[in-house]
Design a protein around this ligand. Sequence first.
Ligand code: UD1
Length: 311
Amino acid sequence: MTGSHALVTGGAGFIGSHLTRALLAEGRRVTVIDNLTVGRRGAVPDDARFVHGDIRDEAALRDALEGVDGVFHLAAQVTIRGSFDRFVEDLDTNVMGTARLLKALDPSRVRWFTLASSMAVYADADSPAPIDESHPTRPLSPYGVGKLAAEQVSAQILASRGIPFTAVRFFNTYGPGQTFTPYVGVLTIFITKLLRGEPITVFGDGEQQRDFIHVSDIVAGTMATPGKTPGCYNLGTGRGTSLNQLAELVLEALAPGQRPQHAPAHTGELRFSVANIDAARRALGFVPARSLDRDLQEVIAHIRAREGLAE
Ligand code: UD1
């Protein structure tokens, strides 16, 4: 990837802005395209070229792809629960946006294409045992359907054009810079609510498990893809945490003695979502370095600062 000029779609968002900063820090050139619906202009470093536009807009895509020789495609409507209300908009962005981006690529220039996919493409698992990439894909949500369709159409179109394609399936990503919305990552929701003096709610019995991975590990795994064996890779830690355990951890740090509230489980959510990362380890040299227990105070400090609260 040395000397390459990468396009980061969604580069003003949570994961995209971290990726953009890491690429620039390695001396790469970066163009960001983002419609700023969730992303913030201020999250894009000045050293990156910024195109304010939507991936469904062909003129904006042409502008963004100028001089680019590789693509990290992260722009998407990112919410599993929200995708039931907004499935038309979500599929339009996540599937048709991807299709338009593929159409706009110049195969004589672009040498690799990496898509941010999701654990939401998988069928539910019977147990918390880590699942590998051969686990059946049977998405439970419109969001998962969109991500799987984006993977499949990218694989077909890019193969026909001779461009190496990798899909990285992100598990539950946390870390500084995650925007607070009702649909955003549960760790950010729990911490923000407790700092605001509000109760936290666990959906369902709380025994569902997630694989929480720090954004810097997600960025390292994603950045490792160009030039490596193309394919499909889980990016997680291999460790599951139940929602009850997560609630306990956060309550212990911020509101000892308080108990979480409970609300009915949402449809469309996986019971068990823990990654087997052997394939990424072998092909990408992916070794996650961070862990939720150790990172909790860092995440709390960032959210405290964002909320304008003193230590
Ligand atoms: C998240 C991402 C999704 C991504 C996937 C893998 C968001 C909004 N979704 O999905 O885009 O593809 O990880 O990286 O970031 N929960 C509660 N109480 C709450 C909020 C959530 O109990 O107040 C529970 C949910 O029911 C779920 C778990 O926490 O079981 C995780 O939810 P969430 O952090 O929203 O992520 P996912 O939906 O798993």
